[in-house]
Design a protein. Structure first.
Length: 374
């Protein structure tokens, strides 16, 4: 058993903010939380917080998962995000053909089997979407959830499988089939009416992908997907808090409308995160990154250059208390994925995944399974 201790800062455990503490580790888990002990790391007035869990990571370190759906790419993406506090993530596909989805699903299984740090499953964002709300996705790849797609997505996997879909383009029975197989279904890139969104929720959809973006907006006579999401207090809603994907007022309205424990911060990160070269290519077209915003030649948002530590900072800047902002990056996504018993908080029995944030909430160190990786 090993011990990792901290002093001169705050340790945000499940039950309290401690002015220093030590984690006694049993393998990759926290066996006890004690006094800080000897050889404690000086936090310089910062915080130790639970590791961040990102459910929407398209790329990082110069790699786009679409272009390289293999174990090496997953490892490089994870390594690019670790310095920013991400200790678990879902590599995310942006609407591709079924053979590529199959390749990516197998690659994630292999990565988990080989112990690649951080990878806990996959997010298949499309191609079961609505072309009228396509965003940066290539509608040439769009298709319905037919028997072939369902068979692929419901096959047993080592990690979590999350699928973003447009309810109005797919039969509710298909959603029920996915959910019955343990697939996490999220509504996104959708022009659904309020009634169609409700039907999907009733069929088992439990999330909304990047709230406000690429979905039917709230109107007082047709509440749309946004209205259904803000009304339903059981749904988990992903938020891209980067200053570009939504106005700060829109973020505050969402946060005021429903419990904060049902929001999760996501990056929607592209290859630019953790990479010196920011611009990249998506679907054969150039994407420009300026001031942290990724756009194509037409000005359409193309994911983000956001990292999880900055997402937490930005959320705190909106007036959200730090503990709640951290929960939106850790405990909430863990609960959404059904992993709350093992991830997302600093408590006995939880995985020893944690982050050192300095006074300015910038990541200074990241531990996965008790091992410092950044």
């Amino acid at each position: 058993m090993s011990v990792v201790g901290f002093t001169n800062g705050q340790v945000l455990t499940r039950d309290a903010d401690l002015p220093g503490a030590a984690f006694a580790l049993d393998g990759e888990s926290i066996a006890a939380i004690e006094g800080q002990g000897d050889d404690a790391l000086d936090l310089e007035g910062g915080w130790i917080v639970p590791g961040f869990i990102d459910t929407q990571v398209n790329g990082g370190g110069g790699v786009l998962f679409n272009d390289q759906p293999d174990v090496d790419a997953i490892a490089r993406i994870g390594a690019a995000h670790a310095p920013y506090g991400t200790t678990a993530f879902l590599p995310t596909l942006i609407s591709v053909r079924l053979p590529v989805i199959a390749q990516a699903l197998d690659a994630v299984d292999q990565a988990i089997g080989q112990g690649v740090p951080g990878v806990i499953g996959i997010h298949v964002e499309g191609p079961f979407l609505n072309a009228s709300r396509k965003g940066i996705h290539d509608e040439a790849n769009f298709r319905p959830l037919d028997a072939e797609a369902l068979a692929l997505l419901t096959a047993p996997r080592k990690g979590k499988v999350m699928v973003t879909l447009a309810p109005e383009q797919n039969d509710p029975a298909a959603i029920r089939t996915l959910v019955a197989a343990g697939v996490i279904v999220s509504i996104g890139h959708s022009n659904a009416t309020y009634a169609q969104a409700r039907e999907a929720i009733d069929a088992g959809a439990s999330g909304v992908t990047h709230l406000y973006n690429a979905m039917s907006p709230l109107h007082h006579r047709e509440p749309g997907v946004v209205g259904a999401a803000l009304e339903d207090r059981s749904l988990y809603c992903g938020l891209i808090i980067d200053g570009a994907h939504m106005h700060p007022a829109a973020a505050r309205i969402a946060l005021a409308a429903r419990p904060n424990d049902r929001f999760l911060l996501v990056t929607d990160a592209m290859p630019s995160v953790g990479n010196a070269t920011k611009d990249f290519v998506l679907n054969g077209k150039p994407i420009t990154v300026r001031d942290g915003v990724c756009v194509n030649e037409a000005g359409t948002l193309a994911g983000s250059d956001l990292d999880m530590a900055r997402a937490v900072r930005n959320t705190h800047d909106l007036g959200v208390p730090l503990r709640e902002a951290v929960a939106m990056a850790a405990a909430n996504p863990a609960a959404f994925l059904g992993l709350g018993a093992e991830r997302g908080e600093l408590a006995v029995g939880q995985r020893a995944d944690f982050v050192w944030l300095d006074r300015d909430l910038r990541a200074r160190g990241t531990w996965i399974g008790g091992q410092r990786v950044a």
